[in-house]
Design a protein around this ligand. Structure first.
Ligand SMILES: NC(=O)c1ccc[n+]([C@@H]2O[C@H](COP(=O)([O-])OP(=O)(O)OC[C@H]3O[C@@H](n4cnc5c(N)ncnc54)[C@H](OP(=O)(O)O)[C@@H]3O)[C@@H](O)[C@H]2O)c1
Length: 280
């Protein structure tokens, strides 16, 4: 931890000095200062671990955000439209350790810009939570809306993969070095009962992508996991009512507990919110 703090502090100090020296030199030389202020990378409280979460505006992502806020972590809570995310804003108002950032995971330029903004910030847990189902009607056999498949894959598979690519240096620089992906039992090939082809395919693909990355990065000490959050009452499951369904609060707390216990020896496995293994 101490090494990390020192490293971050040293990088910041050097960068700030370099920018200050440049501005000073331009002023002395009588040049106009650049109209665009250079973007200074942001660093958060180095005494706290840091989590970055996608899809923090509502549902499970909102509750996971609240859990990490209460634990005292630095939380980079990302969502597509912060101005519409009143519940998330209320958490940020209560917890100064929460920073809201705009991020659509299909916007790769924005992902790169955010990674640049947090260039020197270690991220202990990168949490790919944002996801869409694609809706039920678009996935009715005989009336399949094929263009929806591309949207579902873009959000549920390519977005998380790009996030890992962009933020890997931040995870590598952290103490806990975890990348966790919210998957689903619906991505299980052995236990499918049919339907939801696009969504199921996307979660099965996410599982393969992340398991492959886990194998590649195990030696570097980076843990990459898949967690199923349970059958949760959110907008995602609107209209469904089954006794085994749990609240977003229950799911969020359980997922965070699973992440706390998820270590390098488990990397590349898929775990349920109960901590039990999820069948592939
Ligand atoms: N609910 C369940 O029973 C269940 C079960 C298994 C797995 N899951 C998984 O759990 C995760 C969260 O689901 P949920 O139930 O909380 O769903 P939800 O209530 O519908 O919330 C989905 C979240 O994803 C965000 N999102 C959608 N598209 C995005 C994009 N392109 N870029 C960034 N964020 C985007 C939404 O943001 P906006 O507010 O901007 O739309 C919202 O914050 C998903 O990965 C889902 O597949 C859910």
């Amino acid at each position: 931890m101490q090494t990390r703090i020192n490293r971050v502090a040293a990088i910041n100090w050097a960068q700030r000095n370099a920018v200050a020296a440049l501005l000073c030199a331009l002023t002395i030389a009588g040049c106009e200062q650049p109209t665009q202020t250079p973007v200074m990378p942001v660093t958060l409280d180095p005494e706290r671990p840091t989590v970055l979460i996608t899809g923090s505006s509502r549902g499970i992502g909102l509750e996971i955000t609240r859990q990490y806020a209460m634990k005292g972590w630095n939380v980079i809570a990302t969502c597509r439209t912060p101005s519409n995310a009143a519940d998330l804003q209320a958490i940020a108002d209560e917890f100064p350790n929460v920073t809201i950032e705009r991020l659509d995971v299909t916007d790769f330029d924005r992902i790169d810009a955010l990674a640049e903004k947090y260039r020197n910030q270690p991220i202990d847990v990168l949490l790919n939570n944002a996801g869409i189902s694609g809706g039920r009607e678009s996935q009715q056999f005989g009336n399949l809306q094929y263009e929806v498949y591309n949207q579902v894959m873009a959000v549920n598979v390519l977005g998380p993969l790009k996030m890992v690519e962009a933020f890997m240096p931040n995870v590598e620089a952290s103490d806990q070095k975890k990348i966790i992906n919210i998957s689903s039992g619906q991505g299980s090939i052995s236990s499918t009962f049919g339907g939801q082809y696009f969504y199921r395919a996307s979660k099965a693909a996410l599982n393969m992508v992340m398991r492959s990355l886990a194998v590649e990065n195990k030696k570097a000490g980076i843990t990459i996991g898949l967690v199923s959050p349970g059958f949760v009452r959110t907008d995602f499951t609107k209209g469904l009512d089954f006794p085994m369904m749990i609240t977003p609060q229950e799911s969020g707390a359980a997922v965070v507990a699973v992440i706390d216990n998820y270590g390098i020896e488990q990397t590349g496995t898929h775990v349920r919110h109960t901590g039990e293994p999820q069948k592939w």
